[in-house]
Design a protein around this ligand. Structure first.
Ligand code: BTN
Length: 263
């Protein structure tokens, strides 16, 4: 049976949380990221979460679209106003990825990996994408919005207009999980990790996102705005950058780009 997103149940599940008083729910909206950005500019508080059943103009990285049918998946954006240096922004993308992975493991028993910099994969299929947008002032973060699109109970099929092979929690596990409980679990974990990031207690988190990486140890090709970089992925550093070793044995640090795995 189809389950609707239930704001009251989510707030109850969150308990005492920075997110529980700031949850904004839409049945239909252009994009939760776009709306969160508008709210940030109007002074919305740290911890605002914009959640939608359906998006009419969902956005992915590199001007791509994020397609998702209504009432099946999770589409939400977290607005944060952290005291954080600009170079640490991508740690927030990483902790959202790890929070989602741990919650999915607990609820559906699936092993999900991070395809740096912002995708969640099961084997060779994309389960989720994260879009992190931000504003920087004097080297510090003014606000950051982190949007997650996670395929939950949708059964992606041919003709969905996707650029890649997509999957969902239901397609992989046969389990129809509660989206309300899934969201609550992700936000609770994210809040704990966020506190650790702000307190500079990064050891455990840093090793977690390396353990969960799909690309480490693999030959990759990264297409960034103006170049193509090839090499073996060695690690993701504390700031969320990917460290590659090229065929001359030199280390290259890459902050963003589109990764393909080479076989
Ligand atoms: C990507 O794969 O390139 C990132 C996709 C991010 C999609 C989510 S859905 C919720 C939030 N609102 C958006 O418009 N985009 C993000």
């Amino acid at each position: 049976m189809k389950e609707f997103l239930d704001q009251a149940a989510i707030i109850k599940g969150l308990g005492k949380s920075v997110f529980s008083g700031n949850l904004i729910f839409h049945k239909r909206i252009d994009s939760t990221n776009t709306h969160a950005k508008e709210l940030a500019l109007k002074g919305a508080p740290h911890g605002t979460v914009v959640l939608a059943e359906e998006q009419t103009a969902g956005k992915g990285r590199l001007d791509r679209k994020w397609l998702s049918p209504g009432h099946e998946n999770l589409l939400f954006t977290i607005l944060l106003k952290p005291t954080l240096k600009a170079e640490n922004i991508f740690t927030l993308t990483m902790i959202l990825a790890v929070s989602a992975i741990d919650t999915i493991k607990e609820m559906a028993g699936l092993n999900v990996l991070i395809k740096w910099p912002n995708d969640l994969y099961i084997n060779i299929k994309k389960l989720a994408g994260i879009l992190t947008e931000f504003s920087i002032k004097d080297g510090f973060v003014e606000y950051v919005i982190i949007g997650l699109g996670l395929n939950v109970n949708w059964m992606p099929g041919q003709g969905d207009g996707l650029l890649y092979d997509a999957t969902s929690i239901l397609a992989e596990s046969g389990i129809r999980v509660s989206r309300n409980e899934l969201l609550t679990g992700i936000l609770k974990r994210f809040e704990i990790s966020y506190e650790a990031v702000i307190a500079c207690k990064m050891e455990g988190l840093h090793s977690r996102w390396n353990e969960l990486s799909l690309v480490i140890g693999r030959d990759v090709e990264i297409i960034s705005i103006d170049e193509v970089i090839r090499g073996k992925a060695i690690a993701i550093d504390r700031e969320g950058a990917l460290i590659l070793e090229n065929n001359r044995g030199e280390e290259i640090r890459v902050l963003s780009g589109d990764v393909s795995l080479r076989f």
